[in-house]
Design a protein around this ligand. Structure first.
Ligand code: ADP
Ligand code: NI
Length: 222
């Protein structure tokens, strides 16, 4: 099977799997990450397009958040799928590494990627967590988990460990301070950093307006 067919089959496999997912990990998220990762790969010398595309398509295939905290569920599911397509071992290992390493694990936890392609997929995934889409996805996730929008009595926490980050059940607004506003600083490629500027600014404007409305500051006295 040639690599274009492997990618097309993988896209269809993932699309079917994620079609009815309502927590912000839907097929359209995967499709955007796939698209953006490809664009980043084009402007990155030395990046392998097949590893980038397979990594992007499979990066959320079995997220620990939805698999009882099992961090190996994703790499395992990817290997099962790719070995069925007779993908070579070296490619499979790089795709597994992307899935294993990609997630944010708390402000105090570095998440370096061991491959160049992993950096591109992580950048694409993180760009999709900020900006207008990022705002929408955060509230979709919070709603899915039954979390309040905001609670001024619950301050944000700078999670120093993955264990602490995993246990978090805070209101959705806290997620901006605990993660989303920090993603801009954690991108690898200059192209992604440039895109992040406007998306980051948009989140700051959103938060300022949200908090003004929360306390009715924008409702004039007379
Ligand atoms: P990552 O790709 O870094 O692992 P996640 O899978 O944790 O990202 O997040 C997927 C989407 O769900 C993102 O848009 C993220 O902001 C959102 N999300 C994750 N955790 C929370 C949370 N506690 N509150 C609100 N949104 C969240
Ligand atoms: Ni993702």
């Amino acid at each position: 099977m040639d690599s274009q067919e492997i990618i097309a089959r993988t896209a269809e496999f993932v699309r079917q799997k994620f079609l009815h997912e309502g927590s912000g990990h839907d097929w359209e998220h995967i499709r955007r990450v796939w698209q953006v990762a490809r664009q980043l790969a084009v402007s990155t010398p030395g990046a392998d397009m097949v590893v980038t595309e397979l990594g992007a398509l499979l990066h959320d295939v079995a997220d620990w958040k939805f698999h009882g905290g099992d961090e190996e569920a994703g790499p395992r599911a990817a290997r099962e799928w790719l070995s069925g397509l007779a993908v070579e071992e070296a490619v499979m290992q790089r795709v597994e590494a992307i899935i294993r390493e990609i997630s944010f694990k708390g402000l105090g936890v570095p998440t370096p990627m061991s491959t160049l392609e992993g950096e591109l997929v992580q950048d694409a995934d993180r760009l999709d967590a900020i900006g207008a889409i990022g705002v929408a996805r955060a509230f979709a996730y919070g709603g899915h988990k039954g979390r309040p929008l905001h609670d001024p009595a619950v301050p944000p926490v700078a999670h120093e460990s993955f264990a602490s980050y995993k246990q978090n059940v805070a209101p959705t607004i806290n997620h901006f301070y605990e993660k989303l506003l920090h993603l801009r600083e954690r991108l690898h490629t200059p192209a992604a950093r440039a895109v992040a500027e406007e998306r980051h600014r948009f989140m700051e404007i959103f938060l300022a307006q949200f908090l003004r409305e929360w306390s009715s500051e924008d409702v004039g006295a007379g």
